[in-house]
Design a protein around this ligand. Structure first.
Ligand code: HDD
Length: 693
């Protein structure tokens, strides 16, 4: 049994215990049919003669084949490609002043969680590093029942009302007539939607930014997006927004790199998550809340119920209240990642909803989708979805019923069973909806306060550094440039002229459109540094990956000590060579090359280092693959290091050790220790944007 490795013996993980009864280990066991009958032969179907027809009575063949024929379930209509991990959450201090949620009171309690990260548009088999929003869904298995925080890595959404969700999704999914493109928004129907539904402008700015191409799931923020409510024991409510802040900071790929990784390793993000957990680099996210008093609801220049708006952190600070640690990989991806069923309506006492019309609609959609996806109303009984709080009600039967409910009654009220199970009072933990006073006429309308589509798009633009702005422009040019319909391209430019004139002109220039001169761009001058990844960068190198280029004859004094220093800094280094296998240094030491130039690629590493040694230098500088390796790392603004003769490869690649930023050289083996410090601090910059490419 896999335990939460860093908690062994200390942590009473009720979810893990519950899952254990469902885990099956085939090791050392005899093969059986699903009826438990031992199977004597699994190679041959039962035939009338060894060249004759297969017989109907071959129950083993029929059972095996029937099961296989039914192994697939419908993939999620959105967020189909995802990957999960187990962990736990701990609050830093009691939150009783704000919420009565029990799991947010006691810092010594570790609440088990299961998190599923996902892309939105692509199907289950699509590549992971595509430009897209990332799902960030967390199931807290609390003592009071499951609480699901079903968020994304962007704080705002494309639409304001859930009734438009099917339209949005239809527009970004592959076009129906030819099923193209897969897992991409760079096509006509999506941009046609954007042009005609301008409430999407703010989220589009996020989608065109580096947030849409995260370096890893471990290095992206999460947001509950909607405004929820915290309610305390006294019944006092406050509006709240949820944030996940990655302890490693927010980091992204560069677009060219993201596209190449999609081919070199389409599983890049799940592999990263899986390997990090296996290596003990447990991903950590701090939970933050922004709170607004009910009486301040109308004191902002945006409507706090509008999901296309964020609350700038500089105006409403984020209070960090706890931390989630992901410390155990799942045992079976289908049973856990695929069958987990999230729902924003899974709440616990102390957490309630607001009237955000997007949230209200989501409350319908999630149960409905699980009914078709998981095949019936008992999906809550699937092990990964089971609450650790006991479940008692009068719901009965249905496909795949796993419980054997005892007793004569299955209705409320009854006297035959003393009226059990009985609803609980609030004092006993019964969920009571916040008694918000609501009145109004039935209308199909949206409040005027939702009509400003551009101010926060401009706020986002204002908050970006020059480099980040250039990335946004490049992304627009790529995406809109792939749109075939000229009219749509022009319409998009016209829409973003409402955000910023220079942005619109830059997009227009790249996509063969005209920058409109009669549109008045938003006049918002405010900026929010917290929105910029570059400005809120955390200079941590922990868990990063370095490729060490070395071939037979390398100088081990330029490799072994460096690998040790990198390890101490929490950095993983792996040797890339001509071939996979052992390589021998000039003085007869052996190191293992876990990759060859064929099996790996610089896009899969955060930095590159070229080992020293005359033979190494000579071999590598004449090796085209090695030259391309460092060139590519250079092009993606990564730190590049080299020792002694290894530096000759950089010369061949046209890289200037003296003048190009992020290039670190050790003149000889003696300098390697001092070098490693400079190399690590250069890596902490993550990218050297001032490099001339
Ligand atoms: Fe959704 C899945 C997040 C709006 C309908 N959504 C889904 C998942 C995430 C989100 C992370 C994947 C859960 C998992 O890993 O299994 N969705 C969001 C966020 C939204 C949002 C942050 C806006 C703030 N979603 C939204 C709307 C609707 C849906 C407005 C429909 C009215 N979402 C669904 C769904 C999915 C889903 C169709 C597909 C699979 C599933 O629910 O379980 O019901």
């Amino acid at each position: 049994m896999k335990k939460n490795q860093n908690n062994e013996g200390m942590y009473d993980n009720k979810k893990d215990e519950q899952l254990e009864q469902f885990r099956v280990d085939n090791k050392g066991e005899k093969m059986t049919t699903n009826q438990g009958l031992r199977v004597s032969d699994d190679e041959h179907s039962l035939k009338a003669g060894d060249r004759g027809p297969t017989l109907m009575e071959d129950f083993h063949f029929r059972e095996k084949m029937t099961h296989f024929d039914h192994e697939r379930i419908p993939e999620r209509v959105v967020h189909a490609r995802g990957f999960g991990a187990h962990g736990f959450f701990q609050v830093y201090e009691p939150m009783a002043e704000f919420t009565k949620a029990k799991f947010l009171q006691d810092p010594s309690v570790k609440t088990p969680v299961f998190v599923r990260f996902s892309t939105v548009a692509g199907s289950r088999g699509s590549a992971e590093t595509v430009r897209d929003v990332r799902g960030f869904a967390t199931k807290f298995y609390t003592e009071e029942g499951n609480y699901d925080l079903v968020g994304n890595n962007m704080p705002v959404f494309f639409i304001q009302d859930a009734i438009k969700f099917p339209d949005l999704v239809h527009s970004f999914k592959p076009e129906p007539h030819n099923e193209m493109p897969q897992a991409a928004t760079a096509h006509d129907t999506f941009w046609d939607f954007v042009a005609n539904n301008t409430e999407s402008a703010h989220t589009i700015m996020w989608l065109m930014s580096d947030r849409a191409i995260p370096r890893s799931f471990r290095m992206m923020e999460g947001f509950g997006v909607h405004t929820f409510r915290f309610v305390n024991e006294l019944g006092k409510a406050r509006f709240v927004k949820f944030h996940w802040k990655p302890v490693l900071g927010i980091h992204s790929l560069v677009w060219d790199e993201a596209q190449k990784i999609a081919g070199k390793d389409p599983d890049f993000h799940r592999r990263d998550l899986w390997e990090a957990i296996e290596m003990g680099d447990y991903p950590e996210f701090e939970l933050g809340v922004q709170m607004i008093e009910e009486e301040d609801e109308f004191n902002f220049d945006f409507d706090i119920l509008d999901p296309t708006k964020l609350w700038p952190e500089e105006i409403v600070p984020v209070k960090i209240i706890g931390k989630m640690t992901l410390d155990r990989n799942q045992d079976n991806v289908f049973a856990e990642t695929e069958q987990v069923a999230f729902h924003p309506g899974h709440v616990v006492p102390g957490i309630d909803f607001s009237n955000d019309p997007l949230l209200q609609g989501r409350l319908f959609s999630y149960t409905d989708t699980q009914l078709i996806r998981l095949g019936g109303p008992n999906f809550h009984q699937i092990p990964i979805n089971r609450s650790i709080a006991p479940v008692h009600n009068n719901q009965r039967d249905g496909y795949h019923q796993m419980n054997i409910d005892k007793g004569q009654t299955s209705y409320h009220k009854n006297s035959l069973q003393g009226n059990d199970p009985q609803p609980a009072t609030e004092a006993e933990g019964g969920y009571a909806h916040y008694q918000e006073k609501v009145e109004g006429r039935k209308v199909r309308q949206r409040s005027d306060s939702f009509k400003d589509h551009y101010s926060q798009a401009k706020l986002f633009w204002n908050s970006m550094t020059e480099v980040e702005r250039q990335h946004i422009i490049d992304a627009f040019r790529f995406e809109v440039g792939k749109v075939k319909n000229k009219g749509v391209r022009q319409q998009v430019v016209n829409v973003f002229a409402n955000v910023d004139g220079e942005l619109a002109a830059a997009i227009a220039a790249g996509v063969g459109a005209e920058a409109p001169t009669d549109v008045e761009a938003s006049t918002v001058t405010l900026s929010s540094p917290a929105l910029s990844q570059e400005q809120s960068k955390i200079k941590s190198t922990a868990t990063r990956k370095v490729a060490i280029l070395a071939v037979d004859g390398f100088d081990n004094l330029t490799v072994d000590p460096l690998m040790q220093s990198l390890k101490k800094a929490g950095i993983h280094s792996e040797i890339v060579s001509q071939n996979v296998g052992m390589i021998t240094s000039a003085d007869g030491q052996q190191q293992e090359a876990v990759h060859s130039f064929l099996t790996s690629h610089p896009v899969l590493f955060d930095a590159v280092y070229v080992a020293g040694g005359q033979t190494n230098g000579d071999q590598l500088k004449n090796n085209q693959k090695a030259t391309e390796f460092v060139k590519e790392a250079f092009k993606h603004f990564k730190t590049i290091g080299a020792a002694a003769e290894g530096a000759e490869l950089l010369v061949t690649a046209g890289i200037q050790a003296g003048s190009d930023p992020g290039i670190v050289i050790a003149r000889d083996a003696e300098e390697v220790n001092a070098f490693s410090e400079s190399f690590v601090s250069a890596m902490a910059e993550h990218r050297h944007w001032s490099r001339q490419i």
